[in-house]
Design a binder for this molecule. Structure first.
Ligand code: SAM
Ligand code: SF4
Ligand code: SF4
Length: 349
């Protein structure tokens, strides 16, 4: 006869899910809004996302307690790194409250935020006080005219630079800056940005212009490839290659030979890294995307609001992840260019 007394020992945790290519989820990117105060032409071109564009109504956007609950389930599944993104995450009201709740989740080793920097002058300190550990600011040029033309921003680049200074003062470190490089728009900013980042002790990441979404008119000849970016920077400030910090790191990294820090390139077009892609993405309306280039996500908000238990939500996430075979960038070709896919501002970078 079996013993009816329950075994008091904790059940060994179930193994993290593996997808069809053997990858397990390690990072979760959480989009907290699909709205943005900028109109970067490579992300939300103003002609498409004008005054009449229908962004998500508030009722459809995950509330903070819903985000925290889902994030907790992902962390139990092995996610160690959370990145808050958008749209522009700082346009979401009370963002520090969300940071405070995510920062105390057991098992989160890294909590960070990607922002266009426009609100950091006032928000950097409250975000750091709430437990944010580091930050990535997107900035495509130091030249005011180029900055405004690329971002559609109704503010000078000085505002973003003040935001970066405020982030430093608040102790958010290391400071990273992402610069999307688009031929014909800002390749002349490659060297000035490298010089500035060296002087400011900022880790600069050049990003190849990607074919995300369907609105940005992406063309291969507007991609400035990793090799060209590195050659340009190396010509001004000699570089040597660095090994990855950890398996699956997306940036190809270099250090300056004179010891003044590092720089990297995120080359998802010319040097794709799908084989080690451990990123899951949660859209502002609560859909789970397993690839930046996916056409569709899986609704988690519906089951969550219908009363699903944590175990049921975990099982759903496991099943989606277990069926994952995404490797869009590895397979990118002329034939994939016009496939339907989600817009990047909807799921975050
Ligand atoms: N609004 C925030 C920002 O700009 O940092 C967060 C969201 S934004 C979608 C995240 C990142 O995606 C930014 O660094 C942005 O430059 C990058 N991004 C957007 N569209 C891109 C594209 N077509 N190619 C490469 N990077 C892109
Ligand atoms: Fe806004 Fe960021 Fe997209 Fe630019 S890249 S439009 S700042 S969401
Ligand atoms: Fe990951 Fe998809 Fe990007 Fe490949 S294309 S690295 S699978 S998000």
């Amino acid at each position: 006869m079996s013993d009816p007394t329950p075994d008091p020992r904790p059940r060994p945790a179930e193994a993290p899910p593996r997808d069809l290519l053997g990858r397990n989820p390690r990072d979760l990117r959480i989009s907290v809004t699909d709205r943005c105060n900028f109109r970067c032409a490579y992300c939300m071109p103003a002609e498409v996302f004008g005054r009449d564009y229908a962004f998500l109504p508030r009722s459809q956007i995950l509330r903070f307690e819903e985000i925290v609950r889902l994030a907790g389930i992902f962390v139990r599944l092995g996610v160690e790194k959370l990145r808050i993104t958008g749209g522009e995450p700082t346009v979401r009201r009370d963002l520090p409250d969300l940071v405070r709740q995510l920062a105390v989740l057991d098992g989160v080793l890294d909590l960070t935020l990607t922002t266009n920097g426009s609100a950091l002058r006032t928000l950097a300190a409250p975000l750091a006080d709430a437990g944010l550990r580091r930050i990535t600011v997107s900035l495509d040029s130091l030249d005011d005219a180029v900055f405004r033309a690329m971002s559609g921003a109704d503010m000078p680049v000085a505002r973003v630079l003040e935001g970066i200074a405020a982030a430093r003062d608040a102790g958010l470190a290391p400071l990273k800056v992402n610069m999307v490089v688009r031929r014909g728009s800002n390749e002349e900013s490659i060297i000035p940005m490298a010089r500035w980042a060296r002087d400011e002790d900022v880790i600069l990441r050049y990003i190849e212009f990607m074919d995300v979404g369907t609105a940005n008119g992406w063309r291969m000849d507007e991609v400035v490839p990793l090799a060209e970016i590195v050659a340009r920077v190396d010509g001004a400030f000699p570089l040597e290659a660095l090994p990855p910090n950890y398996p699956g790191e997306v940036a190809t990294r270099f250090r300056y030979r004179d010891g003044t820090g590092e720089v990297g390139v995120i080359a998802s077009v010319t040097a794709p890294f799908c084989g080690a892609c451990t990123r899951a993405r949660l859209s502002a309306e609560g859909e789970l995307f397993t690839c930046l280039f996916a056409a569709r996500g899986t609704d988690l908000r519906g089951p969550l609001r219908d009363g699903a238990s944590d175990a049921e939500l975990e099982a759903l996430i496991r099943s989606v992840w277990g069926a994952r075979d995404d490797r869009y960038s590895d397979l990118r070709s002329a034939g994939t260019a016009n496939l339907p896919r989600v817009e990047m501002f909807a799921i975050g970078g």
